[in-house]
Design a protein around this ligand. Structure first.
Ligand SMILES: Nc1nc2c(ncn2[C@@H]2O[C@H](COP(=O)(O)OP(=O)(O)O)[C@@H](O)[C@H]2O)c(=O)[nH]1
Ligand SMILES: [Mg+2]
Length: 698
């Protein structure tokens, strides 16, 4: 691809709730830009952006894709992001590196939940934004209602149409450009071709009304022009354009455009305006980071002359080609066959060939300079969120904070070979998807994988099978119950065996008593007068420690008790470590039976963040889940319901909350403490555990 001055690069991204038409808009642009000989379609599996098998199967984006192409002599680096809440973390990572966000909303459905979320991301990273009201051709498309919905939902900025549609639904024919005050009437053949004509008479007064609003909002950006406007002076189109641009760059104005991606209407004007009004990559002048040597905040001037630095916003795992690392250059230049530093890993990485991407298609890039977005293959350690830089001038850019996972599953490899490969393939996939967490539960010995939703995990499993040939089954994670005692008892543990030769003899008296929750296990030695010889005392403790791994109720670990050994007897010849261990373990089991054995369950500290109107339902639901409400407090526009809830009731909370709040609620959850399981529930858990154990022993 030819070289472009940084001023001619535009880093843009498509963002919004799933299904609004983001990918279709990118496909239309690629077709018009001549990068695709036919129009790629999501529904037909021919999209260049949604190329992954999991995307083709679901007819939806699940992972961000990059497309670079030339538009009006500009180089556009366009990222298409997923809008499904399972994958919205990826949109957040992409928002970090773009200089313009195209928020696509359908004229049928209006503002949906993830669109609200990407608006927050744009604010968080201070990215200039615009709206594209898509699907104007669809039945029930309504421009006026959509505009109203947007203006009501996003009150912090001025949303200003710079186009209005000509007709809607089946009658949608094109648009009026409110800056040039011209109509673009499209041919009926989905070619993207249009004629630029005078505004049709029936739209004249509406166009004038919107034009007036556009001018009013624009001149507000400049005091001098504003004053002239108020004096009734003529304001030239160039002045309006300059004001509009200033308003977009300073994020006070969010312009709104219209069209239909699949009908190829409005795509050309959309991108013409994007390259014209949106900033070049250097407009912020500097990038803020941390000097890893001093830990102090530092700025890096965004110029080609500064030492190289770049931020990794995406990694694609490929078992054959190796991994692909996508990055944005914040300063300097990156050349093939050079060595750079991964600051976070403190590892040097060798740079091979550098690529531009259109979906999975790679184009050799030669070297890349400040402001550009590109990819390299086969880095060793580098992961999403890392900074690459000149080793002599290290800088670390801030990582993107992703929300914590909401749902967990346990992974069961389908065969032995799968088990061996599980760890390596999972760590490769987690490089690709930093929102996944993976751990091994010490008690249940299960591999636990956590993500944003069931679909998120299912897609990961499907990728694991496709890319690494590892087949696993997903199950609900086991709840790590524990057992304890509520009463105290004194008990004898005696092991005696005499059959020919050397016998076995161990005998100890134990006292078992409960300890407060969370204390664990205590062993006390109160042997006096040598009733058990000193060297056997550790064996007594060991016997209990080994036995308490599986409690007598349902085989769960026993905790929160004290065992005191206070008496016993021995045999000069037959006593041994082994004999005392067995004696203590027998004593412990018998003693546990006598001292009100009780089942404990993990209790989670849960915080649910929901809009006001869902607080009642959320609290009711918590109650039905045996939860205790700790409090409710305001957080911005939302309310936080704090509660402690048994883990067993929270395993499927993510989908429950989603359906209860239409996706508007989120939550965090962490382990808090163990509590006694109510008797009627304990009975079921014990029966179930014993059934499983019997089945496993067969
Ligand atoms: N009628 C109509 N359908 C559209 C338009 N844009 C996209 N679609 C359809 O809407 C669905 C979702 O589109 P897609 O581009 O995958 O949306 P994304 O999830 O935002 O990327 C697909 O079935 C598209 O064919 C449009 O302008 N008009
Ligand atoms: Mg998509």
């Amino acid at each position: 691809m030819k070289k472009y001055e940084t001023e001619s690069i535009r880093n843009l991204g498509m963002f919004s709730h799933g299904g609004e038409g983001k990918t279709s808009v990118v496909e239309a642009a690629l077709f018009l830009a001549g990068e695709n000989t036919r129009l790629g379609r999501v529904d037909e599996g021919t999209s260049l952006m949604d190329y992954e098998p999991e995307e083709i199967e679901r007819k939806a984006s699940i992972s961000s894709s990059l497309a670079c192409f030339e538009w009006n002599k500009y180089k556009v680096n366009l990222v298409d992001t997923p809008g499904d809440d399972n994958f919205i973390y990826d949109a957040k990572l992409c928002m970090r590196v773009v200089d313009g966000a195209v928020i696509v909303v359908s004229a049928v459905s209006g503002v949906r939940v993830q669109t609200e979320k990407v608006w927050e991301y744009a604010n968080e990273f201070a990215v200039p934004a615009c709206f594209f009201v898509n699907k104007m051709d669809r039945e029930r498309a309504d421009f006026g209602r959509t505009l109203e919905d947007l203006q009501k939902s996003f009150v912090d900025k001025s949303i200003v149409p710079i186009q209005i549609p000509i007709g809607q639904e089946e009658g949608f024919k094109g648009l009026v450009d409110l800056i040039a005050m011209k109509a673009y009437v499209y041919k009926d053949d989905r070619s993207g071709g249009f004629e630029r004509v005078d505004i049709p008479a029936e739209l004249a007064s509406e166009a004038a009304k919107y034009r007036e609003k556009l001018v009013e909002s624009s001149v507000e950006m400049d005091d001098e022009i504003m004053e002239r406007y108020l004096n009734g002076d003529e304001i030239r189109d160039e002045e309006i354009e300059a004001c509009l641009k200033g308003g977009i760059w300073s994020r006070r104005i969010v312009p709104l455009m219209v069209g239909s991606a699949t009908e190829m209407i409005g795509i050309q004007p959309l991108f013409d305006n994007l390259v014209k009004y949106f900033p070049d990559p250097l407009y912020k002048g500097k990038a803020e980071g941390i000097d890893p040597r001093s830990g102090k905040a530092v700025d890096r001037r965004m110029t080609a002359g500064e030492p190289f630095s770049a931020f990794i916003f995406k990694t694609i795992a490929d078992p054959f080609a190796g991994k692909l690392t996508l990055f944005k250059v914040y300063s300097g230049e990156l050349h093939p066959d050079s060595v750079v530093l991964d600051v976070k890993k403190d590892e040097k990485e060798r740079i091979g060939q550098i690529f531009y991407l259109i979906g999975k298609k790679q184009k050799p890039a030669g070297f890349v300079s400040v402001g550009d977005i590109a990819a390299v293959a086969k880095l060793k350690e580098a992961e999403t969120g890392d900074t690459l830089c000149d080793e002599k001038s290290p800088i670390q850019y801030p990582e993107v904070v992703l929300s914590p996972p909401l749902i967990s599953f346990s992974l069961y490899p389908k065969s032995k070979g799968d088990e061996d490969k599980l760890n390596t393939s999972l760590s490769r996939l987690i490089e690709e998807d930093p929102s996944i967490r993976y751990s091994r539960d010490e008690q249940t010995k299960e591999f636990i994988i956590s993500g944003m939703g069931q679909i998120h995990i299912e897609v990961l499993i499907s990728r694991m099978k496709r890319k690494f040939g590892v087949d696993v089954e997903l199950r609900e994670p086991k709840v790590p119950y524990k057992e304890t005692i509520k009463g105290r008892t004194k008990v004898q543990g005696k092991y005696k065996k005499q059959s020919g030769g050397k016998g076995q003899y161990g005998d100890c008296w134990l006292e078992l008593e409960p300890l407060p929750h969370g204390t664990g296990f205590e062993f006390v030695d109160k042997i006096v007068g040598g009733s058990i010889p000193r060297q056997y005392i550790p064996s007594v403790e060991k016997g209990i420690v080994e036995a308490m791994v599986h409690g007598i109720l349902a085989g769960y670990p026993v905790t929160d008790f004290r065992a005191t050994v206070y008496d016993g007897s021995y045999h000069d010849v037959d006593s041994s470590d082994m004999a005392f261990k067995i004696a203590a373990s027998m004593g412990f089991k018998k003693g546990m039976e006598q001292s009100q054995p009780t089942l404990l369950e993990p209790i989670m500290k849960v915080e649910v963040i929901v809009p006001e109107e869902f607080v009642g339902d959320t609290m009711g639901d918590m109650n039905s889940k045996r939860g205790k409400i700790i409090g409710v407090e305001a957080k911005g526009k939302n309310q936080v319901v704090k509660a402690s809830v048994p883990m067993a009731e929270m395993l499927k909370y993510a989908p429950d909350l989603r359906s209860m709040t239409g996706g508007r609620g989120t939550f965090t959850m962490e382990f808090s403490h163990y509590e006694e399981v109510p008797v009627h529930i304990a009975q079921k858990v014990i029966e179930q555990a014993n059934r499983e154990r019997e089945a496993a022993e067969k």
